[in-house]
Design a protein around this ligand. Structure first.
Ligand code: 1FH
Length: 225
């Protein structure tokens, strides 16, 4: 029996934690239109810390045999996030931006693996960028309708991959890179664990955001199966 390709293994292994993140109360409230644009701005600000770590890490890993093939410039989000934040928070936002505790832990972990464990970095890269290319499009659609951003304009540029005209084809190529990840079986297991950590860190950021934005701890979200 041929084992399933690693892209399938990683996807299956992440499924439950994906549902958990998707059902976080903060995201439900945000996308259900129950929170104001300040909450969306705060969320976007937190993403900036995460992508700064991811993309500073990418620079450090260029040419690495394991992580190098994943570092496609068309994925980089930092310039788009910065334009969105100029719009959402006004000029000078970067001197006022503060990472929530979970965001700081998340960014620190990304920086740590970027500096010492390329395959671990790939786990974080996959969790964010493949997610952005998938569910991110739904988030953009709702954000445009809820807070009136211009279609694909300032405020939602983070979700627009101008240099990826065909996300489905891009994701296929990306999964092929995962299948060929240049590490052995034991390290692949550790990559799965790091992926779970990446999802948990995202869920923790949402929990911190719930407190920061609504003052109330995150209650369990509605189960959507
Ligand atoms: Fe997602 N995601 N995701 N997602 N997602 C899909 C695939 C991935 C949402 C929908 C989808 C997050 C959030 C949300 C990943 C990571 C993350 C797909 C495509 C859909 C429809 C499934 C398919 O191809 O069959 C929605 C809706 C979300 C918010 C409400 C967050 C938690 C990301 C992690 C950081 C990844 C890695 C994939 C690719 C799987 C694969 O291997 O194909 C989300 C939740 C965003 C809460 C913000 C807040």
């Amino acid at each position: 029996m041929t084992p399933p390709p690693f892209s399938t293994v990683i996807r299956t292994a992440s499924r439950d934690r994906h549902t958990e993140a998707e059902n976080s109360a903060f995201m439900g409230d945000l996308l259900g239109g129950r929170l104001g644009v300040e909450a969306y701005a705060r969320y976007t600000e937190q993403l900036w810390f995460v992508y700064r770590a991811l993309e500073d890490g990418a620079r450090a890993l260029a040419g690495d045999p394991v992580a190098g093939p994943f570092l496609r410039p068309e994925l980089f989000r930092l310039p788009e996030l910065e334009r969105d934040l100029d719009h959402l928070l006004g000029a000078g936002w970067s001197s006022r931006a503060v990472p929530l505790p979970a965001t700081a832990r998340y960014a620190d972990r990304v920086t740590e693996v970027a500096g010492g464990w390329p395959a671990g970095y790939v786990a974080h890269h996959y969790t964010r960028y493949l997610g952005d290319l998938s569910g991110g499009q739904l988030i953009r659609d709702i954000a445009e309708k809820t807070w009136g951003f211009r279609r694909k304009g300032d405020g939602v540029r983070f979700y627009v991959f101008e240099a990826i005209p065909n996300p489905a084809a891009f994701k296929r190529e990306y999964r092929a890179l995962l299948d060929d990840l240049a590490v052995g079986a034991e390290e692949r297991e550790r990559v799965l664990t790091e992926c779970a950590t990446a999802f948990e860190l995202n869920t923790s950021v949402f929990a911190d955001l719930a407190v920061a934005v609504t003052g109330a701890p995150s209650r369990p979200g509605p189960s959507r199966g």
